[in-house]
Design a protein around this ligand. Structure first.
Ligand code: NAP
Length: 280
């Protein structure tokens, strides 16, 4: 039976550490969140982030904007937050309402406040192996693997999903840790052939039931990033959990695996941004 990679428990310990470190700074770190529109999932995520900040002694301020906010208004808010000396980190909750292009907004954020690591400068530094911030979900996955002593060096790592948010930056981080990485996507041929070779298999496709027992190498570490809302409202990942559990060596639950780790890593980035700014 696979060992459960308990992201919720580890994230709780990390948050306690973050709380102590935040309290040791000259002033509490401050996260500004930009939330445009009424997307229900985004509202839940932002409330979660506000709660996380409060628990760790990090101040947070959410700028709630109507769904018909203009691109110019968003850019002007980004500029105000960049210049606001009380703000250490800025996060734009995605997706933006239809008709708005997130890229100019994300690119307009001051790189030193870009705690989601989306700015091209931060993405570039990451790809050069000199990250300023670690992208939250990939960093959360690595921290979880390290906690359970899952080896990466020399191992075959297969990632399903090549998004900018998860797959691509994770491929860079695993490569930097000497993993041998295969990055798969919707056009990949014979996905099961590849996944069966994986010592570390990460699924971030957003397709419930995509990964079945016959696709998993015995003893592999299987990381299910996806959070799919299925009819009835429950959350499920991409992995057939009951089928894969007897085969894998390690397995993340959904929820309680990668999600809490992503949130903890965001707080670490806010702390880091505050340290960087408060030390100059
Ligand atoms: P995304 O931007 O939609 O990317 C999905 C990726 O999966 C794409 O690269 C796509 O390929 C690939 N894909 C889709 N169907 C596939 C298939 N049948 N076989 C192989 N590859 C396939 O999604 P995302 O933003 O990365 O998020 C992915 C999932 O992770 C979502 O469920 C999201 O909610 C979840 N998520 C969770 C966390 C967390 O903290 N737990 C954080 C971020 C995201 P193409 O590139 O060819 O289209």
């Amino acid at each position: 039976m696979a060992i459960k990679l308990d992201g919720a428990a580890l994230a709780a310990r990390l948050k306690e550490q973050i709380r102590l470190e935040a309290a040791s700074l000259p002033r509490p770190p401050m996260l500004a969140v930009v939330l445009a529109g009424e997307d229900p999932a985004s509202q839940i995520y932002v409330r979660g982030k506000e709660r996380d900040c409060a628990e760790c002694g990090i101040l947070s301020r959410t700028h709630r904007l109507p769904a018909d906010v203009s691109q110019e208004e968003l850019l002007s808010l980004a500029s105000r937050l960049n210049h606001d000396k009380s703000v250490d980190g800025v996060l734009v909750q995605l997706p933006l309402p239809e008709g708005l292009d997130p890229r100019p907004v994300l690119h307009a954020l001051a790189p030193e406040k870009d705690v989601d690591c989306f700015h091209p400068l931060n993405a570039g530094l990451l790809s050069l192996g000199e990250p300023r911030f670690l992208p939250c979900t990939p960093a959360g996955i690595l921290t979880l693997l390290d906690e359970y002593n899952v080896p990466i060096r020399g191992r075959r790592c297969v990632i399903i999903g090549r998004s900018r948010l998860v797959g691509r930056p994770l491929a860079q981080l695993l490569t930097a840790r000497d993993g041998t990485v295969t990055l798969c996507h919707s056009r990949t041929e014979d996905l099961p052939f590849l996944t069966r070779q994986a010592d570390v298999l990460v699924c971030a496709a957003g397709r419930p039931g995509l990964v079945t027992a016959d696709m998993v190498k015995p003893g592999a570490a299987v990381i299910d990033v996806s959070m799919n809302r299925v009819p009835g409202g429950t959350l499920t990942g991409d992995v057939d959990f009951p089928g894969v559990e007897p085969i894998a060596g390690f397995l993340t639950p959904v929820p309680g695996g990668v999600g809490p780790m992503t949130r903890a890593c965001l707080l670490q980035n806010v702390l880091r941004a505050a340290r960087l700014r408060q030390s100059v």
